[in-house]
Design a binder for this molecule. Structure first.
Ligand code: Q9C
Ligand code: ZN
Length: 340
C-alpha cells in the first residue's frame, strides 16, 4: 500500500497553545508523525512517497485566497521587528455578521482562526502546505488506479474550512483529496472517524450534492468543536441530505462505537459514492488524553475490516490521535484490518 509523507510536515512545532487563558502544552507534536511513520516501516508498507510541487494546486482551488495569503505571510510580517519571534495567536474575534478584513495584520489574527489552540509559527505554513500536498498526491495515486492509499498528514485538517482554521488544523487535507477525486469524476463519500466532529470538512461538503460527509464523534454539546456536528445538520440547499452526523455521549464504549460506525457506513453506501475518503483519528482510543471513547487497538482492526468490506477505492487521511505510546500500534491494526 502506497503511503505519502513529506519530511517538511515536521517543521510545524507549536511551542504552546493557550487553554483557559494560560499557556499549555500542545498535543499535536512532531512525535505523532514519527510514530506513525515508524509503524508504517515496521509493518513493511510502502513505498513511502513524497508529494511534489505539482500537488499543491488544489489548496488554492478550495481555500479562500485571503486566508491563504494570511497563512503564508502573517508570521513573517508580524515578526519583522519582534525579538524573540513569537507564534501568532488571535486576540480579537469577529462577531457574527461582522467580518471585514483589516489592513493591519494584527487585526487579522482572529479573522480566520477560530481558537487558541492553533498558533501560526515560523514554519507552520510550509508544514501545512506539505501536509495538504500529501493528501493531494494520495488522491492522484487513487485516480491512477491504486485501491488504498494512506496520506500521513500532520498538521491535521478536518477543523479547517474554506475560510477558517482551528483545532490544530490549517488546511483541510481531506477536502483537498476530495477535490482531486472530484476533478477525475464521480462522487465522494467522506467518512470521518476522528473523535471530534470535522466542522471544516462539513463546511466544504454541506452545499455540495456530489460530496457526502458522515461523522461519528463526541457530542459537540459537550466538547470541541461545540458549534457544529449536531444530528440535525443534514446539508444545505442542493446539498440537503449529504451530511450525516452521529454524535455520541462521553465515555462511549467500543461496542456502541462500532455499531454506530456500521450504521454510518451503510448511510455512506446508500449515497453510492465512486470514491471513499476516510478521515482517520486515533483520539477515539481508550487511552487518548483528550478523548473519552473506549476504542481498543483490536477495535481499529475491526474498523479496518469494515472499511475494506465496503469495496470502495479508499484514501485514508490522518487526522488526530494523541496517545503516543500506542499510536503506531493503532495504525498498524487499522491497516492490517484493511488488508492492504
Ligand atoms: N482539552 C484534532 O483532533 N481542543 N483536533 C482540545 C483539550 C481542541 C483536536 C482541548 C481539540 C482539537 C484534529
Ligand atoms: Zn480529533
Amino acid at each position: 500500500m502506497r503511503v505519502v509523507y513529506a519530511p517538511s510536515e515536521q517543521k510545524h512545532r507549536p511551542g504552546h497553545v493557550v487553554k483557559k487563558g494560560k499557556p499549555s502544552a500542545t498535543y499535536d507534536i512532531r512525535e505523532r508523525a514519527t510514530r506513525l511513520l515508524a509503524a508504517i516501516r515496521r509493518q513493511g508498507h510502502g513505498p513511502i512517497l513524497a508529494p511534489s510541487q505539482d500537488d499543491t494546486w488544489p489548496i488554492r482551488a478550495i481555500h479562500d485566497a485571503n486566508m491563504l495569503d494570511y497563512l503564508e505571510t502573517a508570521y513573517d510580517s508580524e515578526n519583522a521587528s519582534s525579538d524573540p519571534a513569537e507564534a501568532l495567536f488571535p486576540t480579537f474575534f469577529p462577531p457574527p455578521g461582522q467580518r471585514r478584513r483589516p489592513t493591519r495584520v494584527y487585526g487579522r489574527r482572529g479573522l480566520y482562526c477560530t481558537d487558541m489552540g492553533t498558533p501560526l509559527g515560523p514554519h507552520t505554513w510550509e508544514a501545512a502546505r506539505a501536509s495538504a500536498s500529501c493528501a493531494s498526491a494520495a488522491a492522484r495515486y487513487i485516480v491512477g488506479g491504486e485501491h488504498t492509499v494512506y496520506a500521513l498528514c500532520r498538521p491535521p485538517g478536518h477543523h479547517a474550512g474554506p475560510d477558517f482554521f482551528g483545532g490544530y488544523c490549517y488546511l483541510n487535507n481531506a477536502a483537498v483529496a476530495t477535490h482531486v477525486l472530484r476533478q477525475a469524476g464521480g462522487t465522494v463519500a467522506v467518512l470521518d472517524i476522528d473523535y471530534h466532529h470535522g466542522n471544516g470538512s462539513q463546511a466544504f461538503s454541506e452545499g455540495d450534492p456530489e460530496v457526502w460527509y458522515g461523522s461519528l464523534h463526541i457530542d459537540p454539546a459537550t466538547d470541541y468543536p461545540f458549534f457544529a456536528g449536531y444530528a440535525d445538520e443534514r446539508g444545505v440547499g442542493d446539498g440537503e441530505g449529504t451530511v450525516c452526523n452521529m454524535p455520541l455521549p462521553p465515555n462511549t464504549p467500543e461496542t456502541a462505537y462500532l455499531q454506530t460506525l456500521e450504521r454510518l457506513a451503510a448511510m455512506a453506501m446508500a449515497f453510492e459514492p465512486h470514491w471513499l475518503v476516510v478521515s482517520v483519528g486515533f483520539d477515539t482510543y481508550a487511552h487518548d488524553p483528550i478523548g473519552t471513547f473506549g476504542v481498543t487497538t483490536d477495535g481499529y482492526a475491526r474498523i479496518g475490516e469494515l472499511i475494506a468490506s465496503l469495496g470502495l477505492r479508499t484514501l485514508l487521511v490522518q487526522e488526530g490521535g494523541y496517545y503516543l505510546a500506542d499510536l503506531g500500534r493503532n495504525l498498524s491494526a487499522l491497516l492490517a484490518g484493511l488488508g492492504s
